[in-house]
Write a protein that binds this ligand. Structure first.
Ligand code: TYD
Ligand code: ZN
Length: 408
């Protein structure tokens, strides 16, 4: 078998993590589909490697295109008030900076989100456009170009709207297979002094927190400042800003500008030096990370088996994409986690991918409360624990597995 190669530069990848065969993380079958042997039967190899040359961490396997989610599964908002506030703040900041005092400014978002950024920008009177193949936006008044951002779709948009001051993307670039195509689109779309701002899970935080559940089919890339700098330079851009974000378990926001247009902020050199000093993608560090991942699996299985033996009741909380990685990798099924409560109506009455754990509405959580709740949305822990305070007040305990298995 030929070794997997980097999607951007073609260099062989050094595989450092192999979590086995997994179903697509958004394939929630109905019980009838599951009985008929359908709904979540596709499997792909969930393994990750680092490029020897450009340091880009990426999945080595892929879900066959026809089973990618865009076809049948609508985007599910995180349902998090913390995330909505995060996006509102982001939009206000762009309005104060990049979009400020520039006459008839034009802002673009790639990928569908809760729609808060576009709504906030539009309400401030700034023209906007979303590039989203599904046509969906959480902001129902959004103007949406039903296409990926590529050179062709960008030219169409520029012909109609002119060039953009800002292109923004949250939790989207990490899932774009064709990064050269994306940069060709940015080159067409951005004004000469425009910026591309994007944020995604930060590989440095994934390693620090042993957050192996960030690995799933819809996250192809796990960026670092080092790899984003190389990526930008390959396509005529520069990394001119980085900012750590506390959301989703630790993200980085990157600002790219055309080469020669802006001086990088001091924070860029700072984080590059930190990544270099920490040997973030060195083989030894990655091997240690893989060892810690294995340890989380054995600890979590031992804990849940112990609770079952002691007749303690357990429920899962939040049927996230991350939960698909955890249940599949750890071999957790309904005998250890009988059901998962989740706030997404479209998931209710369905089964989780692969593990086939029934998903119930949040109201089922208190009817009656389990003794233990396994929190699969640990990135929203503060918000969820505050909302479910009565669970812990009544003696319930949360099980977390990041950065290691523990009970609170
Ligand atoms: P997110 O971390 O965005 O999940 P993913 O791993 O799929 O990207 O969390 C969103 C999921 O968590 C979604 O299925 C809804 C669920 N959820 C709840 O059930 N209750 C909550 O309070 C929150 C914030 C999320
Ligand atoms: Zn590479």
């Amino acid at each position: 078998m030929t070794p997997p190669t980097c999607r951007v530069c073609g260099t062989p990848l050094r595989t450092f993590l192999d979590l086995g065969d997994h179903p697509p993380s958004s394939a929630f079958p109905t019980p009838a589909e599951a009985l008929a042997g359908a709904g979540d039967t596709v499997r792909y190899r969930l393994a990750a490697g680092a490029c020897e040359r450009c340091a880009l961490v990426q999945l080595t396997g892929d879900v066959p295109h026809e089973h990618r989610p865009y076809a049948g599964y609508p985007y599910h908002s995180s349902g998090s008030s913390v995330m909505r506030e995060h996006f509102r703040r982001t939009a206000r900041r762009l309005l104060r900076t990049e979009l400020h005092g520039k006459g008839d400014a034009f802002a673009v978002e790639i990928g569908c989100t809760d729609g808060v950024v576009l709504r906030t920008v539009a309400e401030a009177g700034v023209r906007h456009l979303a590039f989203e193949p599904s046509g969906y936006s959480g902001y129902h008044g959004a103007r949406v170009h039903r296409a990926f951002l590529t050179a062709d779709s960008a030219r169409e948009a520029v012909a109609a709207e002119g060039r953009a001051r800002v292109v923004y993307a949250a939790n989207t670039v990490c899932d774009i297979a064709d990064l050269p195509g994306l940069f060709a689109g940015l080159d067409e779309l951005l004004a000469a002094d425009g910026v591309f701002v994007f944020e995604d899970p930060y590989f440095g935080e994934i390693v620090r927190r042993t957050a192996f559940d960030q690995f799933y089919d819809e996250h192809r890339y796990y960026f670092t400042a080092t790899s984003v700098r190389a990526l930008a330079e390959r396509f005529g851009f520069r990394l001119v800003g980085v900012e750590r974000l506390p959301v989703h378990g630790g993200q980085l926001r990157y600002t790219l500008a055309r080469a020669g247009r802006r001086t990088p902020a001091p924070a860029v050199a700072g984080i590059l030096a930190e990544e270099e000093a920490g040997g973030l993608t060195d083989p030894a560090a990655l091997a240690a990370f893989a060892g810690r991942v294995d340890r989380v699996r054995s600890d979590l299985v031992a804990l849940l088996e112990g609770l079952r033996a002691a007749d303690r009741t357990v429920a899962g909380y939040a049927a996230t994409a991350k939960s698909c990685t955890v249940t599949t990798y750890c071999g957790l099924g309904p005998s250890l986690v009988p059901y998962i409560c989740d706030s997404t109506p479209a998931k209710h009455g369905r089964l989780t991918p692969g593990a086939r754990i029934p998903v119930r509405p949040p109201a089922a959580f208190a009817a009656p409360y389990p003794d233990y709740a396994l929190l699969f949305a640990w990135n929203h822990a503060d918000e969820i624990m505050a909302k479910e305070r009565a669970f812990r007040d009544g003696g319930g305990r949360w099980i977390l597995y990041v950065p290691e298995v523990h009970v609170v």
